[in-house]
Design a protein. Sequence first.
Length: 245
Amino acid sequence: MTAIHTRALVLFSGGQDSTTCLAHALQRFEHVETLGFDYGQRHHIELDARLVVLQQLREQFAPWRARLGEDHLLDVAVLGQVSETSLTRDMAFEMESSGLPNTFVPGRNLLFLTLAAALAYRRGLQVLVTGVCETDFSGYPDCRDDTMKAMQIALSLGMDRRLLIDTPLMWIDKAETWALAHTLGQKSGVAGGGQALVDLIVEHTHTCYLGDRTHRHAWGYGCGSCPACELRARGWAGFVAASPV
């Protein structure tokens, strides 16, 4: 990491992955801001969760508090208007003929990164941190490493300013994501920080596609049956098996 990369913008949804990415950024960069998007998703639970997670991070992790800067929320409802997916419409989750699940929102990450780059330009932030991952179950094309590398080049050229896209979860699975959160918490300088960060993610982050906050599992709240819940649950089981908490 070069000296110029000291200020970061985390694409932050309030879920497990983006919260882990935020902890990664807070441990690594001197100043960190967060950015969320309201794109007409079928529920707003995650938009509420993200504010709770930010509050809990400030309260529980004093060493990170001074590094955690302004939070931003952008209205990108146009994405919901052009997307016919199970994340923006009331429809069942299923696989499409393309081989992708109908949770894929075409162009979502491309638009998010473009808007994040524009905000970073205005705010003087050099790094965009995002929780995209090639090992995720979905195989979304806009989460692939090649896509991120191409976006980094395009955005840097288009803004005439060197931008770095940091993808700390790109090559790890959900069990390893839980383990990474535990490690980051341990490095935070807070006593018991590893367990504290894992507990924060369990209790306050939101992943469930259906927006269920009534059913509590060992890994957190959710319906327990949608693809996001199943992935999170499998990851938790792998994490606990490897290093019981």
